[in-house]
Ligand binder design. Structure first.
Ligand code: OAD
Length: 242
């Protein structure tokens, strides 16, 4: 591990174009539950009951209650050293792309300027009637929030299972994966596509890929360095001077 850490740190220090792909593990130390693994959200809930367009169509109150609960929980969470290190990396580099599957908004709170939130944001609401989408941080939403403009039902601005990711965001994520010299893959179980394959794209395009995770993932065999441990411990070490 010390050698691997050194190798990763040296490659990162030399790189001019860097991309990071983040998952729920990045926010775990902030107190945001992950999806899989012990205590994960999918341990006690089925995604098909809460995170699909069909679930919302069947029981929007149930789905909204779950999202309201997550909004409240996350409103009390602060960025951790992993978020802060990523914001610092962005300040240091001319070309840095932060691709995140997280919908909690903690990257922006930490100072990251333009995270590609490819799974959307809990803090954005979209109208099913007129399609208007805007930021809304209220914690006291009614059971079924309605659009101020057209009265249509609002839904969380996140990507649900079975839905397409925003084409433009995904395009920018692919471009960053293809252009980067180093890709950091942090705190993701690497089982949800297309995000999971961004690491392989970067690898095929010649990037040095560094995985940071508590445990091995389907990506581990393909990356250049796998650093096992907490993102909040490892990322500050990766940025520290040699
Ligand atoms: P997961 O919950 O699937 O995986 C979290 C990963 O983070 C696991 O591999 C953990 O080992 C790792 N982990 C946990 N704590 C960590 C820590 N402190 N430091 C480093 N690693 C840690 O979360 P994602 O991979 O983000 O999608 O899940 C991908 C998508 O599946 C989510 O965006 C969500 C979910 O269903 C949608 O809602 C569309």
């Amino acid at each position: 591990m010390p050698d691997d850490l050194e190798r990763a740190r040296a490659r990162l220090a030399q790189a001019r174009r860097v991309a990071a792909l983040c998952g729920a593990g990045v926010s775990a130390e902030s107190g945001v539950p992950t999806f899989r693994g012990p205590g994960g959200l999918w341990e006690n809930h089925r995604p098909e009951d809460l995170a699909t367009p069909q679930a919302f169509g069947r029981d929007p109150v149930l789905v909204w209650r779950w999202y309201q609960w997550r909004r409240e929980l996350i409103s009390r969470c602060q960025p951790n050293p992993a978020h802060l290190a990523l914001a610092e990396l962005e300040r240091r580099l001319a070309e840095f792309t932060l691709i995140t599957q997280n919908v909690d908004g903690l990257h922006s709170l930490a100072g990251s300027r333009a995270p590609l939130e490819i799974h959307g944001s809990l803090w954005r609401l979209r109208c099913l009637g007129c399609g208007d989408e805007r930021e809304d941080r209220r914690l006291d939403l009614p059971d079924l929030p309605r659009c101020g403009a057209c009265g249509g039902l609002l839904r969380p601005g996140v990507v649900w299972f079975g839905e397409n990711l925003d084409h433009d965001l995904l395009e920018r994520a692919w471009q960053a994966a293809e252009a980067c010299q180093v890709m950091l893959v942090i705190g993701t179980s690497a089982v949800v596509q297309p995000a999971a394959s961004l690491a392989c794209t970067a690898k095929r395009a010649g990037a040095f890929v560094v995985e940071v995770n508590l445990e091995a993932t389907p990506n581990t065999g393909q990356v250049d360095v796998s650093l096992l441990g907490r993102a909040g411990d490892i990322l500050p070490l990766l940025l520290a001077p040699a």
